[in-house]
Structures are given as structure tokens and as C-alpha cells.
Design a protein. Structure first.
Length: 588
């Protein structure tokens, strides 16, 4: 398939952020795509080569890209850098530069999607001393044969700056329109994605085998399953109302969720956002196999930092010391953990997703032996209100965040936030009764002690319908010097010249970031706002919602993807519940 078709579609997609239009462009594109190429296109349009869990990264630096443009065009590096500085986007700079060059060179080989993909794949796989030269050779051979528009998108993919604003949901909408006739079929596609976490594979199967192929998707070992999530409730009463007479409650520990795949001695660990995190937890890899009496298994648990002397649970931040490339052995002994299991998703070559919670819990207890390091998360069956009050207190006293409540007769719903699981968190000192996880979209440079760091951040909630990140507040309090440094290190590489099209903000920022990092804040109140965009028009026409007196809690939620951030629906619920409390108080 000609790469020009893809480049033209990308170019059209860059000019809109409307989900319906994006979907339509994708439908037209998929219709023109051969079955054997569609998975490649699905990865490429998300700026990837393979699903995240395979950890294949392109990692080409700007300098190398500039050298390659120079090599293929004969134009001096200085001139390319000048053009780049003018616009701030190397893809666009390359278009301009190469427009000057195309009259003088000859096309050597056709640029196809397959060729671009394979060359990028080779580049990603290169390692070692001579890899830079080889990478440059591959890049300039592509650029040599590409027209300016094609070259600009090849560079954007290479540099990781392709931002088309399409999320998985939009891709699934388009696949469903294109390859399945009924609207309900969208759900079946989603199920396949939820158990495989591989949208490229879903696209390939639906385009070649249709729904029959999609229905055959099953959980498989060493391929992460998208995690089941919980809805939040504010009180024990609300929990009982939603859960019914009898349900399970577990401690909600404050650590990192880990999906553990084991077969014999082979162990692979995936994070909540489906990245391979095996290297951070060599202790889990070493100690889990001996506790399991099954041929193979997929378990879920919470890795929690502990005080080895007292056995107490420590806060989530302690685990961040484990996120390092080198000297991990030292971090393992300095920051010990336990792994607290709460689910079993697969066992002895069979999926356990359709078993009920009670059946899964029993199976997990039967098959996995507890020891000092591997635990079953504390659980009890709640039959009356006093049970939940008591268990909640015990859990807080043990250093946990609250409770997870689970319906005993329900299956594991991969990838969805349904009402089969609820979370009841400890009240923070904030009057809202809950913290919010928000996406960092912009920054403002600090003054005084904060010079050289971002002193204030612009935050956004997630609009699920539009698939955008809507501004909700600026936050400048709650930061320690250490956290400001850490945030700077994380955010600096995410700076962009142009605001990402998925950001919806009227408020200007001094720097814009790719909407990727999630942090936790508390606030005193949610108010209507003429400038912020969260849940705009929802409560009152022309007004959005904003947080009043927001404060950073110190938690950088590296394990969350931006789509895991608090949604506008949740913000509206919080807004309405505070109104209700105020109303009730006024009646007292
Ligand atoms: P939240 O991050 O507030 O949406 O809460 C969901 C997270 O709580 C999960 O992703 C897990 O990391 C964590 N968690 C802690 N304890 C449990 C438990 N017993 N069951 C399920 N998730 C748990």
C-alpha cells in the first residue's frame, strides 16, 4: 500500500480534533487498506510499532534525524536547524527543506507502508556502537525516496511527535463501522481488545475473518489483560445501597498493581498501563513460582512497600525508588515489598475471567500458598452495616487507603469500570471527600526558590465522550522541593511547541506538555467557571467546572494513563454531591 495514502490521511487528521471527523477519516483509510497491512497502520497511527507491552521503542534523537535529512537532501545541517527553530517542528521543517530538493533527485524505490514500517522496525531493533550510523543510513534512504509530506510523517513517527489525537476508542469505532454491520458488534470488538491489549491484532482479525474471528479471542499467557476497574462511592451507606445484602470487601492497599504471568520459572510482570515492569521487581520474579501449584497462571496483586521491622504498609511513593534502570538490587533490599494478591485471571491453560468472584478467590487461595512475601489480600464477607464500618477501620489502621467492594457472583470484566467493583476511600482532609487524578497539560515557570522548575501546573480532567483533556485548575501548592525537581525531570521531555489537539483549554500556559502524566490533587470545592473547560455546558450553559484551592497530594501517578484520570462525569458527580451536602446542612 502506498505510504502517500497514509500521509494524506494523517495530514487531514492533524487538522481536526473532532472525534466524528477523525473516525470518518479512519473508516476511509481502513477501506483502502489490505488485510495484511492494517495492523501496521493501527500501530503507526498511535505512533507505535507494536502494542505497548512489547516495549519496542523507536528512540531516534533529533540530532540524528537532522543529520539524516542533511544526508539525503545535501542541504547543510545549519540550514535545517534554522528552519527547525523557526517553526519548532522537525516534520514541517523537513517538508520545507525537501520541497527545495525534490526537483533534483530521482525516485529510487517506491515508498510503501510496508517498507516504512519494516525500516522503522529495523531501526528500533538496532543497538550498540555502530547503531547510530546504521540508523542514519536507514532514515536517509527513506527520506531520499519520500515526497515532502511523506518525509514529514516518517520523521514525526521516528521522533515520537506524531500526535493525531486518536485514542483506542476512536480506532474501535472506525473498525466497527468498517468491518461489522451492527452497532452492538462494537462491544464484541472491545471484548477482544480487553483480553488481548493488542489493537493491531484486533484490526487484523476483524478485517480478515470478521466477527467470527473476533469471537475467538481468549486470554493468553504473557499477553497482558486490560485491568478491571472500580467505581467510587462516598460512604458505607451508598456502598450498601449499590451492592445489596451480601458482598465481599478487601483492603485497598496503596501500592502498584501488578499482573503476574507465570509458567514454570518464567515470570513476566505488567503494570496497570500494561507496560512490562519485570525489571523493577526481581524479588517477585524470584519468589512467586515456589508458591504456585499449577502449570501456569495469571494473577493480579498490589505490590506494597513495607517497613520490614514492623510489617506496616508504607505509602505508594516509596515504590518509586524501584523505578530505575541501574542498581535495582540495592533498591530491592532498601525498599522491601510484599505482593498482595487479589485475583486470578488464568490457570492451567484456561481463562478464569468468566468465573464468579467467589470462585476465583477460592481458586486463588487453593493454588497459591502464602508466605512472608506473597499474601492473599485481606478479605471479609459483609452482611450488615456494622461489618463494613469495622472492616474499613481495620483496613485504615493497617495503613491502607480504604476498601474495595466486590460482588461475589460477578465475572472479571477486563478493561471496564463497572459497578461490580466499588472503591470506598478514606476521607482526605479536603472537604470534597475525595482526591482527583488529573492530567498535567501545561506549566508556568517558578519564581524565587522555584526558579528553574515549573512552579505552577495546569491540570485537566478526562472528557470520555470527546476523548479530550479539559482544563480544570492551576495548582501551585503542595509541592516539596524534591517533588518539584522530580516533576521537572518527568515533564521536561513532554514539552511541545504546539498544544496537543486533545487538550481543550482556553487558559494559556507558558509551556504545553503532551497530556501523559497524571498527578493526584485535593481541593476545597468545585465551582462553576467561565474559563475552565471541564464539563462545559453541563451544569450551566457557557460555564465549566473548576477546582477551588487545589493542592498537590505528593502523589505522581506514574502507573496511570491519562485516560485513567478523573472523568468529567466523576467531576459532575462530585459537584452535585457537594451541593446536596450544602443543601442538607442548610435544612438542619
Ligand atoms: P484507583 O487507583 O483509586 O482507581 O483504585 C484502583 C486501584 O487500587 C487498582 O488499580 C489497584 O492498583 C489498587 N488496589 C488496591 N487494593 C485492591 C484490591 N483489593 N482489589 C483491586 N484493586 C486494588
Amino acid at each position: 500500500m502506498e505510504f502517500a495514502i497514509l500521509a494524506e490521511t494523517f495530514s487531514k487528521m492533524e487538522s481536526t480534533r473532532k472525534r466524528l471527523e477523525l473516525t470518518q477519516f479512519l473508516v476511509e483509510l481502513f477501506k483502502k487498506t489490505p488485510n495484511e497491512t492494517i495492523s501496521k497502520i493501527v500501530y503507526l497511527l498511535q505512533g507505535k510499532l507494536r502494542p505497548d507491552f512489547e516495549g519496542i521503542e523507536l528512540g531516534v534523537a533529533e540530532k540524528l534525524a537532522i543529520k539524516s535529512i542533511s544526508k539525503s537532501s545535501g542541504i547543510p545541517i545549519k540550514k535545517i536547524e534554522e528552519e527547525y527553530r523557526k517553526g519548532g517542528d522537525l516534520g514541517h521543517a523537513a517538508t520545507k527543506i525537501l520541497e527545495q530538493k525534490t526537483q533534483t533527485t530521482f525516485l529510487v524505490e517506491d515508498i510503501t507502508v510496508e517498507r516504512v514500517y519494516e525500516t522503522l522496525f529495523k531501526i528500533a531493533k538496532l543497538e550498540g556502537n555502530r547503531s547510530q550510523d546504521m540508523k542514519m543510513k536507514y532514515i536517509s534512504s527513506l527520506l531520499n525516496d519520500a515526497n515532502p509530506l511523506e518525509a514529514s510523517f516518517i520523521l514525526k513517527i521516528l521522533l515520537g511527535t506524531l500526535r493525531l489525537g486518536v485514542a483506542e476508542n476512536t480506532v474501535m469505532d472506525a473498525l466497527s463501522i468498517c468491518f461489522t454491520s451492527e452497532k452492538e458488534n462494537r462491544k464484541i470488538l472491545e471484548l477482544a481488545y480487553n483480553v488481548s491489549s493488542d489493537l493491531g491484532k484486533v484490526a487484523e482479525v476483524v478485517s480478515s475473518e470478521g466477527l467470527d474471528g473476533i469471537k475467538k479471542f481468549k486470554a493468553i499467557l504473557f499477553n497482558p489483560i486490560r485491568p478491571m476497574l472500580a467505581e467510587r462511592v462516598k460512604s458505607e451507606n451508598e456502598a450498601i445501597e449499590k451492592m445489596g445484602n451480601e458482598f465481599a470487601a478487601e483492603y485497598k492497599l496503596d501500592g502498584e498493581r501488578v499482573q503476574i504471568h507465570v509458567e514454570g520459572e518464567k515470570v513476566v510482570l505488567f503494570s496497570r498501563s500494561l507496560e512490562n515492569i519485570s525489571s523493577f521487581y526481581p524479588d517477585i520474579i524470584e519468589k512467586i513460582p515456589e508458591t504456585i501449584s499449577a502449570e501456569n497462571i495469571i494473577l493480579e496483586g498490589e505490590a506494597v512497600a513495607i517497613n520490614e521491622n514492623t510489617g506496616e504498609f508504607l505509602p505508594f511513593q516509596e515504590l518509586m525508588h524501584r523505578r530505575r534502570k541501574y542498581k535495582i538490587e540495592k533498591a530491592v533490599s532498601q525498599y522491601p515489598i510484599t505482593i498482595n494478591l487479589f485475583d486470578i485471571l488464568f490457570c492451567n491453560n484456561e481463562s478464569c475471567l468468566d468465573l464468579s468472584y467467589s470462585e476465583r478467590r477460592k481458586k486463588m487461595e487453593d493454588i497459591v500458598k502464602e508466605n512472608n512475601f506473597v499474601k492473599h489480600i485481606p478479605m471479609t464477607i459483609i452482611k450488615k452495616e456494622s461489618d463494613i464500618v469495622e472492616f474499613f477501620e481495620n483496613s485504615i489502621n493497617a495503613g491502607s487507603e480504604g476498601l474495595m467492594l466486590k460482588m461475589p457472583d460477578k465475572p472479571y470484566q477486563a478493561g471496564s469500570r463497572g459497578s461490580f467493583w466499588l472503591k470506598l476511600k478514606r476521607e482526605y482532609q479536603n472537604e470534597l471527600g475525595d482526591s482527583l487524578d488529573l492530567v498535567v497539560i501545561g506549566g508556568y515557570f517558578g519564581k524565587g526558590r522555584r526558579t528553574g522548575n515549573y512552579g505552577t501546573l495546569l491540570l485537566a480532567s478526562y472528557d470520555e465522550d470527546e476523548d479530550t483533556f479539559t482544563s480544570i485548575c492551576k495548582v501551585g501548592t503542595g509541592f516539596s522541593d524534591e517533588s518539584l525537581d522530580q516533576l521537572y525531570q518527568i515533564l521536561y521531555p513532554k514539552v511541545t511547541i504546539k498544544k496537543n489537539p486533545r487538550i481543550d483549554s482556553e487558559m494559556e500556559a507558558e509551556v504545553w506538555f503532551e497530556p501523559e502524566l497524571v498527578i493526584e490533587v485535593v481541593a476545597s470545592e468545585i465551582t462553576l467557571s467561565p474559563i475552565h473547560k471541564a464539563a462545559r455546558d453541563h451544569i450551566r450553559k457557557g460555564a465549566g467546572l473548576a477546582l477551588r484551592f487545589p493542592k498537590f497530594t505528593g502523589k505522581i501517578r506514574l502507573e496511570k494513563t491519562p485516560e485513567d484520570a478523573s472523568t468529567n462525569e466523576e467531576v459532575v458527580t462530585l459537584y452535585q454531591s457537594q451541593k446536596k451536602i450544602a443543601h442538607d446542612k442548610s435544612l438542619m
